[in-house]
Design a protein around this ligand. Structure first.
Ligand code: HEC
Length: 184
């Protein structure tokens, strides 16, 4: 082999070894490993908690959309859920007072932090500034796990586990409005 060819060969070999080396080094530095949970998140379902915040409840499995359950929801059962689970803190009638929580008349499709004169947490005010509204699925996620859906909010409520209960409640909430929004 000519000297030139030898040099070229050596250069290619060196480049190869370097590439292998950096690959291994990169692995050592970056520690690639499988993700523990899906990175994909449904809008409004769960956002990462801000650094230093108390850990959210264990990540709930992805929520089924509530839309299909709403059409056959039981309004009377929904009203019962509201009385038992929400009425300690919320009124739902037109012009009702803010209590521990804001009045929730006409909440479906309304903007987040909608109630006049209620002292909302920065978490809700930030969401409001970002233009968030209480669509059916946003409300579904929030009621299932308030803390995970809107980290830092001040609603001391653990969440309503049963999708059927949420559907009944949301269908009833929809009726607490002059012009109920169309079902999804
Ligand atoms: C222990 C009191 C408490 C209970 C129980 C409670 N909430 Fe709340 N809720 C609050 C407070 C306080 C806020 C305001 C949170 C904030 O500003 O971070 C709130 C906020 C909300 C909002 C957002 C309103 C807006 O203007 O953006 C909705 C919707 C809501 N609650 C629905 C419900 C429903 C439905 C239930 C029953 C399943 C319920 N809440 C149970 C205290 C409560």
């Amino acid at each position: 082999m000519s000297l030139e060819l030898n040099k070229t060969f050596a250069a290619i070999l060196t480049a190869g070894i370097l590439a292998m080396g950096t690959g291994m080094l990169a692995d050592m530095v970056v520690h690639p490993k499988a993700l523990h949970e899906n990175v994909y998140r449904v809008e409004g379902v769960a956002a990462a908690a801000p650094a230093g915040a108390a850990p959210a409840q264990p990540a709930a499995p992805a929520l089924e959309p509530i839309g299909p359950l709403l059409a056959n929801a039981d309004l009377a059962a929904g009203e019962q859920v509201a009385r038992r689970q929400c009425a300690a803190c919320h009124t739902f009638d037109k012009g009702g007072r803010n209590q521990v929580g804001p009045n929730n008349w006409d909440i479906i499709g309304n903007k987040v932090a909608h109630a006049e004169g209620f002292n909302y947490s920065p978490a809700l005010r930030t969401a409001a500034t970002a233009g968030k509204v209480w669509g059916y699925e946003e409300l579904n996620a929030f009621l299932a796990n308030p803390r995970a859906a809107l980290p830092g909010n001040r609603m001391s409520y653990a969440g309503l586990r049963s999708a059927q209960d949420r559907a009944n409640l949301i269908a009833w909430l929809r009726r607490q409005a002059d012009n109920p929004k169309p079902l999804p």
